[in-house]
Design a protein around this ligand. Structure first.
Ligand code: FAD
Length: 434
């Protein structure tokens, strides 16, 4: 490859595809390099797709994007060993003309989004791994070295959309390696069932879908969550916890998933299904305080590689698409002014990202990852057990006077956590939430 490009994008996931598509649409000469056999072949997600952020890239995406179900219901479950207490929101409003959230299968979706970038003029090179960044004598990134013969390519700017591990950026000392406290390891299975069975089990009609987000004793006191998402003819089920917690407890991700699947609230939902896929992947969960340097001379970093993931709201793909699009817009602006791709000029990307929901949301929850990690035993073990016991006590009718039931519940909370502990946890949680 001897050509020179305006931009090289490393990775064809959500962030890389958004960046490549946006720059190609703006008329820039873009080379996108993906190590997988095809875009999406290496990628793992639950997966919920957020329409608003995709609409900004492909306004009429509903015409041909590979979508599974549009979501009409979200269930949050707090679980103990035998029960769950839920907060469910379902609304006919979600059966709107342009639904707000969909389930997708990444292998199909990434391929489709990449086809849009290619139609716009981006050159996409698959089965090619970028081994290193090429830097000039002053440290400016001027290209990449791939694993192809003679595979050194040059460009004015390199967009690092290489996902959570961010090996290239780390290797070039542009950023630090993510720590085990800042990344979760998640495993996921796809359970296939006839669509009528899924619709009956989840109370759905047509392409309606449901998501269940679950926390509690299923994570064995570690900071983590489980999820169940409905696709047309399959159910995605998974669980993830912080890598540092796995190290500490010796628990295994597949061990947790097996227990989650056997939980009496979960087992009937997947009963009789055929498992066709099993995948494991990291998720950046360090939030605002874990965001690395986002730009430098000749480079920007986007998506999971920039740790842009909102663990509180289970959002990642939308932050990836938005950061990819914004980085591309910033690069286009610098290019149109005929300015060089220096650190000073590429600071525009950070400025634009700061003004977007991406950084505003991550900033809002900046103290949450630490709080949940340090107090994971309380939030993921003690409280779910207490809440489930309290709710069971509340609904069970056994002749015990209600006043005594209330006393028993209050006593169970105080003896588990003490008044000071309860107020302290509530105060810390409220402060981290605001
Ligand atoms: P990726 O999608 O990881 O893409 C990176 C790409 O770069 C890959 O294609 C990879 O092959 C390629 N690559 C890496 N290194 C190189 C190299 N050296 N050379 C060439 N190519 C390279 N987010 C949501 O919004 N909703 C959800 O429901 C949701 N659920 C999730 C469930 C799980 C189990 C997991 C693991 C994540 C989930 N996420 C979810 C997060 C979401 O998947 C990520 O935020 C999103 O995929 C990030 O996109 P990305 O493009 O930054 O990275």
């Amino acid at each position: 490859i001897e050509e020179r490009f305006d931009a090289i994008v490393v990775g064809a996931g959500m962030a890389g595809n958004a960046a490549a598509l946006t720059m190609a649409k703006r008329g820039l000469k873009v080379l996108q390099i993906e190590r997988g056999e095809y875009p999406g072949s290496k990628n793992v997600q639950g997966a919920i797709l957020y329409a608003d952020m995709l609409e900004k890239l492909v306004p009429d995406f509903r015409e041909d994007a590979p979508l599974e179900r549009h979501l009409v219901e979200q269930r949050f479950w707090m679980m103990d060993g035998k029960s769950h207490t839920g907060l469910h929101h379902r609304s006919e409003d979600f059966n709107e003309e342009k639904p707000n959230r969909y389930t997708i299968i990444r292998a199909q979706f990434d391929k489709w989004l990449s086809s849009k970038a290619q139609e716009a003029g981006a050159i996409v090179l698959c089965e090619t791994t970028v081994k290193e960044l090429v830097q000039d004598a002053y440290g400016k990134v001027i290209g990449v070295i791939t694993d192809r013969e003679g595979g050194q390519v040059h460009a004015d700017v390199v967009v690092l959309a290489e996902g959570v591990n961010g090996l290239l950026g780390t290797k070039a000392e542009l950023r630090e390696r993510p720590t085990p406290e800042n990344v979760a390891l998640a495993v996921k299975e796809m359970h296939f069932l006839p669509r009528e069975t899924i619709e009956a089990r989840f109370n759905l009609k047509g392409d309606e879908g449901v998501v269940i987000e679950a926390a509690g004793t299923i994570s064995a006191g570690m900071t983590g969550m489980g999820f169940i998402y409905t696709n047309k003819e399959s159910i995605s089920i998974g669980i993830g916890c912080l890598v540092s917690d796995f190290q500490k407890t010796g628990e295994t991700p597949y061990g947790l998933l097996e227990r989650f699947k056997k939980h009496p609230s979960v087992a009937p939902l997947i009963e009789g299904s055929e498992v066709k896929e099993y995948a494991g992947h990291l998720i950046p969960e360090g939030g605002y305080n874990a965001i690395p340097q986002l730009y430098g001379d000749g480079w920007v970093v986007v998506g999971d590689a920039a740790q842009l993931n909102n663990a509180m709201h289970r959002e990642g793909s939308n932050l990836a698409m938005t950061s990819g699009r914004i980085a591309a817009e910033a690069i286009f602006q610098v290019k149109s002014r005929k300015d060089p791709m220096t650190k000073e000029n590429l600071a525009l990307y950070k400025k634009m990202l700061d003004d977007s929901f991406v950084i505003k949301d991550l900033k809002k929850y900046k103290d949450m990852p630490d709080l949940l990690h340090i107090r994971s035993q309380n939030f993921f073990l003690t409280y779910p057990q207490l809440v489930n016991k309290a709710l069971q006590n509340f609904v069970r009718v056994d002749g015990t006077p209600k006043i005594e039931k209330e006393k028993t519940t209050i006593k169970s909370f105080v003896s588990a956590r003490s008044w000071g502990g309860l107020f302290g946890d509530a105060f810390r949680f409220a402060r981290a939430w605001r």
